[in-house]
Design a protein around this ligand. Sequence first.
Ligand SMILES: *[C@@H]1O[C@H](CO)[C@@H](O)[C@H](O)[C@H]1NC(C)=O
Ligand SMILES: *[C@@H]1O[C@H](CO)[C@@H](O)[C@H](O)[C@H]1NC(C)=O
Ligand SMILES: *[C@@H]1O[C@H](CO)[C@@H](O)[C@H](O)[C@H]1NC(C)=O
Ligand SMILES: *[C@@H]1O[C@H](CO)[C@@H](O)[C@H](O)[C@H]1NC(C)=O
Length: 343
Amino acid sequence: MSQIILFALVALTALPTAFGLHPVDVNVLHNFDSGVWAENLAVRANGQILVTRFDTPEVLQLDPTGSKAPTLVASWGSATYMGCLGISEISADIYYVVVSGFLDDNFVLTSGVNSIWEIDMSTFAVSRETGEVVSNATVSKLVDVTTSGFLNGLTALSTSAVLVADSYKGCVYRVDTRTGKYEVVVNDTKMKFDSISEPAVNIGVNGIKIRNGYLYWTNTAVGTLNRIRVSNKGIPSGRSEVVVNNVATADDFTFDSNGVAFITQNFMDELSILHPKWEAAEVIAGSNISTILAGVTAGIFGRLPGDESILYLTTSGAAGSPINGSVTVPATLSWIDTSKIRA
Ligand SMILES: *[C@@H]1O[C@H](CO)[C@@H](O)[C@H](O)[C@H]1NC(C)=O
Ligand SMILES: *[C@@H]1O[C@H](CO)[C@@H](O)[C@H](O)[C@H]1NC(C)=O
Ligand SMILES: *[C@@H]1O[C@H](CO)[C@@H](O)[C@H](O)[C@H]1NC(C)=O
Ligand SMILES: *[C@@H]1O[C@H](CO)[C@@H](O)[C@H](O)[C@H]1NC(C)=O
């Protein structure tokens, strides 16, 4: 449905910019307790949503109906790790997640180490009656990425490798999930936070996704979505390019099946969309004076027949950059119906 509307939109108007999209309604599926920063998410084939917390090292499962309390899937010692970030599925119910060392307010690693862990959800079971976990997920460390600064976005490269963004060093690692061997595969100027003078935040490359032979990434400090051609091993070729430069404080992003990008702008409290034929992104929800999408961190589409047009969104409640300098709200798992996007 969303695809049809967006295609119709582009067919009718060959204009590259400024469609003046109507804001879509943002719905709250779950309000987290105070202090929670919901950072990233993945949707399982059964529709359940895995949410990572950045404020403490935990992964939770939430039901897409919102009818059940979140269930703890995995946790790590909070004396050893600060929080969890990117999460992605690489084969049926096998997830990899970033578990970070301790970062200061400038996102500089001050102690501990950033690591990548495997979460095998195939062993996870919850009682239908009580909601209690009757069998745990199987959680194991893949590797400590000892050379990393601030590991953030993570995406599947194949069934045996992931790519992981280092927001502080401005590069992307490929990590072999069978051996744990890792190496820098992309080290591009457009991934550096300090490629501009006086960056507002020390976060360069953040969200990363592969689509049609390209690696796409956001640069938070620069406010861009970028791309470069990569091989199936993640090795870049040719020149990197800026796809759009009007997505201030871009955090993570996701594509729908037509290649429309949905870009979360954490410190602007906005969600923008970008059709492949547009020259600029357009805001469809939130604003930097509203709590509607306070500190929106990441989005992903549902996988059930009933929720494939639903974009689920994690929010921090603006913990990273309070609205109007002082307003924060509870973090959420929110959603929008992308079939309702209208010019
Ligand atoms: C699951 O793991 C938690 C935390 O280690 C533990 O407290 C709980 O007993 C485990 N549950 C089952 C069913 O093994
Ligand atoms: C990226 O490339 C620059 C310039 O060649 C180099 O100084 C830097 O060490 C590289 N970074 C990584 C993480 O490999
Ligand atoms: C932020 O400030 C603007 C302008 O004063 C005001 O309209 C808006 O309601 C404020 N937002 C919040 C979340 O307090
Ligand atoms: C909101 O963003 C605009 C730029 O788009 C900026 O001029 C303004 O100062 C921001 N307002 C707040 C309250 O952050």
